[in-house]
Design a protein around this ligand. Structure first.
Ligand code: FES
Length: 201
């Protein structure tokens, strides 16, 4: 345990908003020179759908049959399907999505999942890096900054490293074959800044 795994698909660092380590501000996503509109700052809410954050499929709605089980997580944003507003105005709205073998899922996690897919806040609770890495040996999210590990099959509880609390869970449901949001984040979204009060929502 603790051996950092090599990523098959590492996020383009320039796309990781605000950089991997942040200093406590809700960094606008599109550009630091743009002021995010109000709709983009609203956290994921019920009846939103998830869209890809990066790559060729950026902005495309994610289907419930995408992703193979127990492979590296992807990053997503919530989108209001009626207005098309993507909730990408703050990195605190970032979502990591992964498919987990349902036989390994805790009961509580299964209750928030759809078709083996589970979603969590993508911001590490330690000092706020993006949880971009995947430990393929132990099937865990791994933070690239100080190697905190989180178990996606069990509520993203902390299973290694200095992170002080689990990643907030985003309940999912199916919306017309797409990955939909069943409710708001459950748990604390944000991170602990050394010497300061926790930052987040
Ligand atoms: S910011 Fe994630 S382990 Fe430190």
């Amino acid at each position: 345990m603790g051996t950092k795994q090599k990523n098959e698909r590492t996020l383009p660092r320039r796309d990781v908003l605000g950089g991997l380590c942040v200093t406590g501000l809700a960094v606008p996503v599109a550009s630091t020179s743009q002021i995010p509109d109000e709709a983009s700052l609203i956290p994921p809410k019920e009846n939103d759908v998830l869209v890809h954050s990066f790559g060729d499929d950026s902005g495309k709605v994610i289907r419930i049959d995408e992703l193979a089980a127990d492979t590296k997580q992807i990053f997503a944003w919530a989108m209001d399907p009626l207005s098309g507003n993507v909730r990408n105005g703050t990195r605190l709205n970032q979502v990591v999505l992964i498919r987990v073998d349902v036989s390994r899922m805790s009961e509580a996690t299964a209750s928030k999942s759809i078709n083996g897919l589970v979603a969590y806040s993508g911001v590490c609770s330690h000092t706020g890096c993006d949880v971009t890495d995947w430990n393929s040996e132990f099937l865990r999210f791994q933070c690239p900054c100080h190697e905190s590990q989180f178990d996606p099959a069990d509520g993203a509880r902390v299973v290694g490293g200095p992170a002080p609390w689990q990643l907030a869970a985003l309940p999912l449901k199916e919306i017309e074959g797409n990955v939909g949001v069943a409710g708001e984040f459950e748990g604390r979204v944000g991170f602990q800044q050394p010497g300061l009060s926790p930052f987040g929502i």
